[in-house]
Design a protein around this ligand. Sequence first.
Ligand code: PLP
Length: 434
Amino acid sequence: MNSPADTAAAAQAVIAASARREAAPAGGTATMPVSRALFDQVMVPCFAPAEFIPVRGEGSRVWDQQGRMYIDFAGGVAVTALGHCHPAMLRALDEQARRLWHVSNWFTNEPALRLAQRLVDHTFAERVFFCNSGAEANEAALKLARRYAHDRHGAHKTRVVSTQNAFHGRTLFTVTAGGQPKYSSGFGPTPAGFVHLPYNDIAALEAEFALHGRDICAVILEPMQGEGGMTPGTPEYLGAARRLTREHGALLVLDEIQSGMGRTGALFSYMQKGVTPDILTTAKGLGGGFPVGAMLTTAEVASAFSVGVHGTTYGGNPLACAVAGAVFDVINTTEVLDGVKARHALFLEGLRAINARRPVFRDLRGEGVWLGCELDARWRGRAMDVMKAAGDAGLLVLVAGPDVVRLAPSLVISLDEILEGLARLETALGRALT
Ligand SMILES: *Cc1c(COP(=O)(O)O)cnc(C)c1O
């Protein structure tokens, strides 16, 4: 048997060796050349990324490995609200990276408190819960709604009303809330107690409450369905959801993960629709490309999440909150929000002009810098082909289902970039739809 002194001496030798290794410069695989083919060899195949690999971005331009430049009308998926490598975000990240990266939720931290204060000051909310993604924000919202109803009204009040074609994330709870069976099928048994009604259908909502109002704990809605096809919710519909939830002691959850943080020209879309939720979820644009999500609510509802009832390791991470704080301060100004509305007009005008020269869209719709271009009957199901052709023409766009080309560029995309991107879109449409 080794003596304690021998063990300590051996440990010291190992620690000294590891200290030498830690001080050595980084090398190894950090600069290994990689190509798209490697994706299929090492990645779980749940994505089908483009053939090119973006390596650098600046504003609304992105460059690939070969140095080709792309105009970015996608913004990730409505994420990079201030474009790529915005100076305010760089400054916030660099400053925080030199101070403190992580302390766990056994401590609070300054960037998280500052971000929460901003969100409370500028929205209906009185309390904030931070997490790392949209799905986690909705997961927290649904858990909170269930728990609140359980504590206030009893164990029977568990029913969640959602909508067909909704998208709320990819955890089991949130795909179940979503209204696209292709995302939840094969994962059963899924959580019970969900019902999916047609979106914008006030009568269906009224009938549901007439029949099950006592058991409904929450209605969860996107103010405009993004993934589901860029369908704006009418103020009357959202208003009916507000009224019915209030009458029946249920909570209204607005999923503003895609619609929030200035995308529609208001800080959050609910502010334009005249409907105030009990819970609001945000992510995507909140971090502008740094992963962060948040659930906002009232003090009364938040009280159902007492100490230990819910949690997260990374939620409220100082780096994420420092970046999000910088994003918030840029976006939450009249100049930037008015700029979003001005860009909306410019996009619509450009898209209408393209469509006049070469009619391919049956509808052009959206709010702010969040546009849906629905292909007409002749080109039904071809949105993905347009997205691919756009890549070939040096333009990044999105789809929203098989028939809708979706644009979600930076809120501060330049005039030149808009015009150049629209020209590339016209080229792509010409190539894809023949
Ligand atoms: C993207 C999105 C989500 C999911 O966000 P993740 O960060 O991917 O988990 C949820 N709801 C809406 C409306 C979204 O657009």
